[in-house]
Design a protein around this ligand. Structure first.
Ligand SMILES: NC(=O)CC[C@H](N)C(=O)O
Length: 439
């Protein structure tokens, strides 16, 4: 058996390839001359597998797709608060290269437009790095996301720098308002070099997968940034990544994404996959025409809109039974399973609440639980606390120590690695409400 994923990718390339409308970026001579027929796609899983079709190995300059990653590096280096002082997080509703600042705060509106991206670039290296050192930090950071050493397309760099009048204007504006502390020309040079870093569609998918994977590069296993940084970056990509087409993108395609004028689109399905497409002809927003078509198609075929979350796969309650101990005590054993977040934890609290009459001990079995998020941890710990305050003993089966230990002065439950202490208990015929409902 061969997985059908590559066949599917080839099929959508065939079906979404025509018509090849739009135009290559004309304000950067080297991009204007790009081969307009290039068409590539790649999906990368969070466990390090990549599927591709078409021209997924053709290198292009990364352009604006570098922006979310340099934003991530800046937050990792300086902390979010320091970055927020210089760059906002509001969608601009404007073109990527607009000469504008937020009226109230005077900051660039977000890190995805050029004004914000030039500012973000200037933050790297803490204001003391040279142009070369700053660029090297950026290059190494992007390489970590990609899982391989990336280099610069010197021709694209020279070509864009030659004509970077608009970015020079933006950088001068930023310097005038003290949003950057270094020479505007140095920032333009570093940022333009950043945009000229050469990547393939496969690289972009790997970079996207690192974001999908909470900041750990799936192929190298390296933690590149913390989950909180990824959350910030994906949120800004979601609201601002598509510039003045962000609302249209969000409603129709529905996963955080970033486009670049060399024709790439990078998308992230948090927790699942990284997505990348490449086709150089652009629409009026500077976004790849066929890339939008491909992303729309994938979103529809594979249910990738993040506002359409999957139903929880199975009930959080794996088993719920009442046993009678040789002493005559009644023990309720509640075995949980799966991924527990707020709604599943709420369900557990609710079913316990109604069903503790005549019970002397609650056994909370967490051995088959895959993961508990923060809120679920706190809610289940609170359940354990309250049940004990009601005079019912609690045993927790939590060999991986996921449940927070009680605070000082609070009742402490018993801990057991397994159900052995309850082995001699006889199952009572009495069923709990949950089991009655399940039948
Ligand atoms: N949208 C883009 O990809 C723009 C990046 C390009 N280097 C610029 O600054 O104009």
């Amino acid at each position: 058996m061969q997985t059908p994923v590559p066949d599917y990718l080839q099929q959508i390339l065939d079906e979404c390839g025509a018509p090849n409308t739009g135009a290559t970026a004309d304000y950067i001579p080297e991009l204007a001359d790009a081969d307009p027929e290039i068409l590539g796609i790649c999906l990368a899983t969070t466990d390090g597998v990549r599927y591709d079709a078409g021209d997924a190995d053709v290198p292009v300059s990364i352009q604006s797709i570098s922006k979310p990653f340099v934003y991530a590096l800046a937050i990792a280096e300086l902390g979010l608060d320091a970055v927020l002082k210089r760059v906002g997080v509001e969608p601009s509703g404007e073109a990527f290269n607009e000469l504008s600042l937020e009226a109230k705060s005077g900051r660039p509106r977000n890190p995805m437009i050029n004004a914000g991206a030039l500012t973000t670039h200037a933050l790297i290296g803490g204001g003391t790095a040279s142009v070369e050192e700053r660029f090297e930090l950026v290059r190494r950071g992007l390489s970590d996301f990609a899982g391989r050493d990336l280099s610069v397309d010197e021709q694209v760099y020279a070509s864009e720098l030659d004509t970077a009048y608009r970015n020079r204007a933006i950088a001068n504006m930023l310097r005038n308002y003290d949003l950057i502390d270094i020479e505007p020309e140095d920032v333009v040079r570093g940022y333009t070099r950043q945009c000229a870093i050469s990547v393939t569609t496969r690289d972009l998918a790997a970079m996207a997968a690192t974001l999908a994977n909470g900041g750990v590069q799936p192929m190298t296993g390296q933690r590149v940034v913390e989950p909180a940084v990824v959350r910030q970056v994906l949120s800004v990509m979601m609201s601002c990544g598509m510039y003045d087409a962000a609302g249209d993108w969000m409603t129709t395609i529905g996963f955080p994404a970033k486009s670049g004028v060399s024709g790439g689109i990078l998308g992230v399905l948090p927790g699942q996959i990284g997505i990348a497409t490449l086709s150089p002809r652009l629409d009026s927003h500077g976004t790849s025409v066929r890339g939008v078509r491909l992303c729309g198609r994938m979103s529809k075929d594979m249910g990738m809109h993040i506002m359409e979350p999957p139903q929880p796969a199975r009930s959080v309650v794996r088993r719920d039974r009442v046993l009678r101990a040789p002493s005559g005590h009644h023990v309720r054993v509640l075995s949980l399973q799966g991924t527990i977040q707020f709604s599943a934890a709420e369900h557990v609290l609710r079913i316990v609440q109604g069903e503790l009459d005549g019970i002397q001990r609650l056994v909370l079995d967490l051995r088959r639980v895959d993961s508990l998020n923060d809120v679920a941890e706190r809610m289940l710990a609170e359940l354990v606390r309250r049940v004990q305050l009601d005079g019912i003993a609690v045993t927790v089966l939590d060999p991986e120590d996921r449940l927070p230990k009680p605070a000082a002065g609070q009742p402490v439950p018993d801990y057991s690695p397994d159900l052995a202490p309850f082995a001699d208990h006889k199952r009572l015929r009495r069923r709990t409400a949950v089991e009655r409902r399940k039948r």
